[in-house]
Design a protein around this ligand. Structure first.
Ligand code: TEU
Length: 559
């Protein structure tokens, strides 16, 4: 029976490499996570999503899985995991596993077998095609581009064959057309579900189905070459329905898919309860409001109207038919207080609490990325060598190849790098920010750790963590915050975001100033008599229907 518990849930995301290193070897680990579960529970989270804990050679830090049924040694053992699961459940924290099944590591035994011989039955587990010969040269089977730059095809040794990889060359795309592959995946999902995990986050799920036969992408406006042939492919809905029938529907779980630039129509179908596919997806439209064309490394001044569209559209699409997610940060994005043209130097607390209010009063399940709850900031990387994410390096090489000066390239990389959110969590001002006892961490610590850390935040009178607690408690208390319909007001306003949540006779109104200038805002006529139930400042300036919102001020009114 499906209770759909996820609708009332608050999910906390952990990137295990960098959360807590209990054995002082430089890597975060499962025992470290267990030692911090009370902290997560007290925040108000009710579920944890773990970025991959499986065995991996870490070309893409866990997102290249070489054994889906094993815990990677650096994180611990399967016994440690079982204990983690039990400790989470003891605290009423659900456990959501990351499932990276668009591709496997090239070190996965299936792939090794596949390339060992052209007659291997595993050959058809992957997407392997003959290259094209032109003027004596062997070229890739199509002009498709990898999300991580360059061709999406890698040649197998000196044969004429290539395999498809939409990410790193060490991440080979699985052939979902092959029913054996789908059965293997269902077996993996049910292995974890039988252990008692409570759900999955599916990595780039809307790339599972590709258009065949493989062909060149000749369109001029593709997000990246080939995307029309590997995003929202023709069998997507069918594949999800099959997983649902043979796995998800047999358990009371939450399934959330990370979508890659989905079409509005497909996005709606993926989450519609009557479709029987996924429970929710992540949409990142609002996070593209400070970059050019969805490309993270290319800055543009923050566009609040674009943020609003990306924030409200998925809520409207899901309301009444399916479910939505609310995301400000994850392991693929810089810290939110450093984005959206925010003056983080002067208003870190105000901006962190304003963003949380705007985001988590929306319709959908809140997702909070580790460290976000204390307003951690981007890392002041000094050079590219301090960055571990392969994407930062690929894009660096690409831009340098265009002849751009190194200092400029590095500025672009620093703007969008995934590394910012992947540095070890600063727990306090001791060595390595309390991440461990002094062993050099796999990734440098944010040099700001003595200034900005969890301990300091908890001790401060302006604690971001305490504000999050208040906000999440309020969400729990006012059911309308979970179930209410969202209605946007004054879309054209370039400083203020405003919306109501309504559920029968219960109504909330949220308004926030996204700028560092005090700004007046006239409340809608129906918001006449109200009570302030949340405010990230002590006071709210009022004059009749007008409110004066200070820099990054956000309020929630009950009316
Ligand atoms: O991300 C998919 C993805 O497309 C974005 O991460 C984005 O393309 C990337 O940040 C480049 O800017 C998922 C995972 O979240 C990510 O960590 C993995 O690297 C990727 O899939 C491949 O598994």
């Amino acid at each position: 029976m499906k209770t759909r518990w996820y609708k009332n849930a608050v999910v906390y995301q952990i990137y295990p490499f960098s959360f807590m290193d209990s054995d002082n070897d430089g890597w975060g680990d499962i025992n470290g996570i267990i030692s911090k579960l009370d902290y997560i529970q007290e925040l108000g989270a009710t579920a944890i999503w773990f970025s991959p804990l499986y065995k991996s050679p870490d070309y893409d830090y866990g997102y290249d899985v070489s054994d889906y049924k094993a815990i990677d040694e650096k994180f611990g053992t399967m016994e440690d995991f079982d204990r983690l699961l039990a400790e989470c459940h003891k605290r009423d924290l659900k456990v959501i596993m990351d499932m990276v099944i668009n591709h496997t590591s090239t070190e996965h035994p299936w792939f090794k077998e596949a390339i060992a011989s052209p007659d291997s039955p595993y050959r058809d587990y992957y997407i392997i095609r003959k290259g094209r010969t032109k003027e004596g040269k062997i070229l890739p089977p199509s002009n498709w581009e990898s999300t991580f730059t360059g061709s999406a095809w890698e040649r197998i040794g000196d044969s004429e064959d290539f395999y498809l990889h939409l990410f790193c060359r060490e991440q080979a795309d699985l052939n979902w057309e092959n029913p054996k592959v789908r059965n293997e995946i269902i077996d993996i999902l049910n292995f974890w579900l039988d252990k008692g995990v409570d759900g999955f986050r599916f990595d780039v799920f809307n790339m599972f189905s590709k258009v065949y036969p493989i062909r060149d992408d000749d369109s001029k406006d593709s997000f990246q070459k080939g995307a029309p042939y590997y995003v929202d492919g023709p069998r997507m809905h069918e594949f999800l329905k099959e997983l649902n029938e043979k796995s998800f529907s047999l358990y009371d779980i939450f399934t959330v898919g990370e979508s890659f630039h989905p079409s509005a129509e497909d996005a709606r179908k993926y989450v519609r309860e009557s479709s029987g596919e996924l429970d929710a997806i992540f949409s990142f439209g609002h996070l593209d409001s400070d970059n050019i064309g969805g490309k993270k490394f290319f800055p543009k001044p923050f566009d609040l109207l674009q943020f609003k569209k990306g924030f409200f559209d998925p809520q409207r699409a899901a309301y009444g038919e399916g479910w939505n997610t609310l995301v400000l940060e994850n392991h693929d994005n810089p810290r939110c207080v450093n984005r959206f043209s925010i003056d983080v130097r002067n208003y870190r607390y105000e901006a962190a609490t304003m963003l949380a209010t705007v985001m988590y009063m929306g319709y959908g399940t809140p997702f909070i990325y580790m460290g976000q709850e204390v307003g951690l900031t981007n890392c002041d990387f000094k050079n590219i060598d301090e960055m571990k994410d392969p994407v930062s390096h690929f894009v660096y090489e690409l831009m340098e190849g265009y002849g751009m000066p190194k200092w400029l390239v590095f500025r672009f990389i620093r703007y969008g790098a995934r590394d910012h959110s992947r540095v070890p969590i600063a727990w306090d001002d001791s060595v390595n920010g309390g991440f461990n006892k002094g062993h050099t961490p796999w990734q440098c610590v944010n040099p700001l750790y003595t200034e900005i850390n969890v301990k300091k935040d908890l001790e401060s009178t302006r604690s971001v963590y305490r504000f999050y607690q208040k906000l999440l408690r309020m969400r729990k208390k006012h059911e309308v915050a979970v179930w209410g319909e969202t209605r946007e007001y004054d879309h054209e306003n370039r400083r203020i975001i405003a919306y109501s949540r309504t559920n029968r006779d219960k109504q909330l109104f949220v308004c926030a100033n996204f700028s560092k200038h005090t700004t007046s805002y006239k409340l809608p006529d129906d918001v006449k008599k109200y009570k302030i139930i949340l405010n990230n400042y002590e006071m709210l300036g009022r004059n009749g229907q007008k409110v004066r919102l200070r820099p990054y001020q956000a309020v929630v009114l009950r009316f």
